[in-house]
Design a protein around this ligand. Sequence first.
Ligand code: ADP
Ligand code: MG
Length: 212
Amino acid sequence: MSLELTPDQTRLMMLQVADAIIVAEPLLSQADRDLGDGDHGLGMKRGMEAVKAQLAALTPASVEQVFVTTGTAMMSSMGGASGALFGTVFRAGGKALAGRAAFDAEGVALLLQAATEGVQKRGGAKVGDKTMVDALVPAAEKARSVASGSLLNSLTEVSAAAEAGKEASKAMIAQFGRAKTLGEACIGFPDAGAWSVTIMLSTMLDFVSKAS
Ligand code: ADP
Ligand code: MG
């Protein structure tokens, strides 16, 4: 069972994440149409195409570099609130891995903690506001509690925690973005950004389970 990924395996994992988000574009667009302005899927797709262009040519020196490159590509190609926020997920998350030779369960915990702190500092959302924070916070908490185990176990648990957070967002009334104006009409629909987080984590799990 694989306990950790090399920088190049981490790069290949993030290329798979990029493809999964691109494939999910219609689903993410519809999710944002139900609550917002409908641009989330196309914004994420544009971001992930930029990520693929950067990662395809990269010979990574570190896992930090893979994630920081991902965040920089998203931030500079997507624009808007979620470009800055997803850019922060990977740039802040990646920087928290400085000096680590491989991506392991401890790395998942460090990345998600820094990502969550960065997003909350930048965007001001807390749990219950119906944003990506509702997937990130439970994922980061779970990652910390399983940080001493295997990478496969970590991503199994973390992916499930994020999914539960995304599902919980269905019952929430949005406090940010256009969805805020909908009030109780939000209920029943999951947050699009939280859904993106779950797709990313479940694809990381898929990659690691096949590499193991
Ligand atoms: P925009 O809101 O500019 O249309 P997107 O549609 O791409 O951008 O992204 C919307 C997603 O961004 C939401 O579903 C939510 O998850 C996330 N989001 C928006 N504002 C915030 C915030 N302040 N903090 C955290 N996440 C946020
Ligand atoms: Mg939108």
